[in-house]
Design a protein around this ligand. Sequence first.
Ligand SMILES: *[C@@H]1O[C@H](CO)[C@@H](O)[C@H](O)[C@H]1NC(C)=O
Ligand SMILES: *[C@@H]1O[C@H](CO)[C@@H](O)[C@H](O)[C@H]1NC(C)=O
Length: 369
Amino acid sequence: MSFLDPTLLALGIALAAIKFYIIVELFLPACLLIGISIIFRKIKKSTARHITITGQCVFITGCDTGIGHNFALRLCQRGFTVFAGCLYPEGDGAEQLRSKVGDNIHIVPLDVTKQDSVDKARDYVVKHCQEKGLWAIVNNAGIEFLSDIEMSPMECFKSNAEVNLYGTVRVTKAFLPTIRKYKGRIINVTSVKGRIAIPGNATYVMTKYGGEAFSDCLRREVKRFGVKVIIIEPGNFAITALFSGKNLERFQSNLNHAWEVALDESRTTYGKKYLDHVLHSVDDDTRVKYAYPNLNPVMDAMEDSVTNESPQYRYLIDGCSGFLDKYCMLARLNPYLPERFMDYLIEKYFPPTPIAAETQVTNNQEKSK
Ligand SMILES: *[C@@H]1O[C@H](CO)[C@@H](O)[C@H](O)[C@H]1NC(C)=O
Ligand SMILES: *[C@@H]1O[C@H](CO)[C@@H](O)[C@H](O)[C@H]1NC(C)=O
């Protein structure tokens, strides 16, 4: 065999051409694009102009715990006047807010599922914000129920929508005339789960997709009034209060209720152990292990959404203690990847909760071996 075997040579040239193509045509332009976008962002950040804070009023829903609570504290420190909507105005959360920040905070009793409660809160805020103006409302109140659709009672679909979706609609509608008057902004805390549909999370995911759609419509409608609508999408953060304290209790009792009202056939298919798996999946250790340990990135993004003169439309905020927030990564890929491939990735990263029917199948398989 001669050294210059023509087929080998052709193969070598072809490979070199492919390599050249990949590097020059795909890799370099990709690097260039990424580089440019990083530089662009840096420039945008360093030239961003922020409003002067002179005690403007901000109304935040869901301040008893979690993101709302922390954000109320943050804005008070920065010199805003905060109206903190609390479901439990005499509870620990509200008490802490009162004692920590004092004068520039008003605790406003608020149940976003009740029209008269929302109206009362609005009247209170309007009355007290005349001097400084209402600069922003932050729709943050939210609850979460988890279970496969077959095991989620109708009530849970409704109650999730009632708080997460209709709650924000109700609050937004009530406050829109005031916000318009001051050319303020409406900030919505949705979730990365408003961008990817994770199995076993339908009751919650549906409300968040709804919230995204609503915000997009609203943004395009109210632009003519000079009102801005901004969406906040936190990724994997440990200290969202969705599964602690009262919320965890409610979740547990909902889960038991789900078992009671499920069809007999569903119960045999899923098995009682399924409930333990679901409970365990929200259990502190497992969640906290991979989640970002504090809320600072969310607070920074939200502060920017309130104070930046030209805020982003959407803030997708990576959490996670590791290298990559898989939720946010998948949310970014979602619009571009074919569905089949997305399904593969979601199954890999968020496998469905094990059910009795599957364990029986594998047991039988093992027996027959
Ligand atoms: C809901 O999503 C989480 C990921 O955020 C996952 O770990 C959990 O298993 C899902 N719940 C159910 C019941 O499948
Ligand atoms: C966000 O957008 C609009 C206006 O703020 C609101 O009506 C909608 O329900 C909100 N959605 C969520 C889930 O926050």
